[in-house]
Design a protein around this ligand. Sequence first.
Ligand code: G6P
Length: 613
Amino acid sequence: MCGIVAYVGNKPCQSLLLEGLKRLEYRGYDSAGIAVIQDGKLNICKSVGRVANLEDKLESIGNFSGKIGLCHTRWATHGGVTDANAHPHVDDRNGIAIIHNGIIENYAALKTYLEEKGHVFRSQTDTEVLAMLIGELYCPAEGIDLEKAVQAALREVTGAYAIAVICEHEPDTLVVARKGSPLIVGIGADEYIVASDAAAIVAHTTRAITLDDYNVVKITTAGFRTSTIHDVPVTPRIEQLELELQEIELGGFSHFMQKEIHEQPKALRNCLRGRTDVRDGRVILGGLGDHAKELTKLRHVVLTAQGTALHAAMIGEYMIEDLAKIPAIAEYASEFRYRNPIIEDGTVVIAVSQSGETADTLAALIEAKERGALSLGVINSVGSSISRLTDAGVYLRVGPEIGVASTKAFTGQVAVLTLITLFLARRRYMSADTCAEYLKALETVPDKIDQILTQNDRIRRVTEKYVDRENWLFLGRGYNYPTALEGALKLKEISYIHAEGMPAAEMKHGPIALINEGMPAVFLANRGRQYEKVMSNIQEVRARGGHVIAVATEGDEEIKRYAHDVLYVPDIPEPLSPMLTVVPLQLMAYHAAVLRGHDVDKPRNLAKSVTVE
Ligand code: G6P
């Protein structure tokens, strides 16, 4: 949603802060701002738009040279996209500046209280309320310094936050805190870099403190102190950040999304490494080991997620029922949470999330746990809020995903859900031989994606033919119904073309009315149980003038008679096919966005990690 970077150390920090902010820009990019204390005075600069706009503005007003500061890139929740609403926010009395990621749920009540105390607000944000509250409580004469004022303010707050705070009167002190939103404190030589994620830190240090909810850290160049919001000292957990710098750089690609599509073979090899034992027909998932017994007895699986992760979860639902023979359902986390779900003995809830921070998914998980479910995570981001909350889990290991449109995380999620399915299936009805067959096929996925990627230029040419059409359909059945949803989502989120995905059969029940001359309809028409039925649906579209783009199995010559354009994927057992069929759809969406001149990695109105419900 928002990206945070803060610094205290022995060197001028503006360029380090802005460089970090650019690495976090994928988290939010509608406005940006910076505050630096210089010669005992707070200097602030904010700008609507990208970090580059902020840089230009700083250039024109004169760059800041202070050695303590903080900066923020915003994705608006409270209040429109204006300079006034951009962070940092300041209080009106003590020269306190704050940046914030998250949401203060009781901000309206706090604002009324503070207005009664005479504070005058300049923005519509919940964050300004927090700045004023800290300012109201700040009273060094009574021993309430910045650290204590932050603790006291956070005791009054409900909601989620990762914050960094500085104050003119304590020009060497940075105070940071978190609850529900991510925050890491990097420990360098005589300097500390605080950020929403490791991407803004690893260029400087790989030693870092990871914070738990309600932790507050007071940092000066002399050292740091970790406590809770109730001022109970906490022993800091110092960890090594795993991220490599090259993983978060473009490395010759034009966009992160393009890089991440092309990284899929390597990412999936990493994901599968050490987890498949073809010889004995078994899956090795250390993360589930402690719960193997409970998993043998489980009776019902709920998979919960949002966005692309939900589409992966839906494929998981199909696989778990089809191969492991356990009733399963995939649900929007936002719906699951509020519909009073029934969790019976033997229910496992699997939260699927790239970031591990999606507020809806986190809330659904908490709900499920409170109702007694065993919880598993299928998460990419190590140490994220969801991964810490689940009872057990399997990390994707596909590397950081920076493009807002999720690609390699999707194939990684499907691969991990395949492994979990086979793990469960082997504890029930599946023979070692059958499992070995699936594992062998799973191991071919990376090479097969490599083959699909060689068709990149042809996929671009096909996309070019249809790129000016404003309405597209994506249709599939069975395992490739969720792939159709994912193809439509990819296209709409980055190219702003209206696209709908649906089960191919559902088309006849309404959407067929939309089909007119030349309307593109993308069919997932690979070989599988419902191939013949998909062929009938293709003909229904053609008969009404639609243009059919089919994703088909290599060697299927017949389909050329029905489709205007065919994109081939290698053959693979049907449950594994979405990991292949999605790749041409990812490339089509990518090329459509580039051809239309859009900013692929920062599509309008979207954020990579949605930390508000
Ligand atoms: C946002 C992103 C999507 C992502 C969804 C779920 O909407 O733009 O790409 O699929 O959140 O994110 P998660 O991190 O939970 O997988």
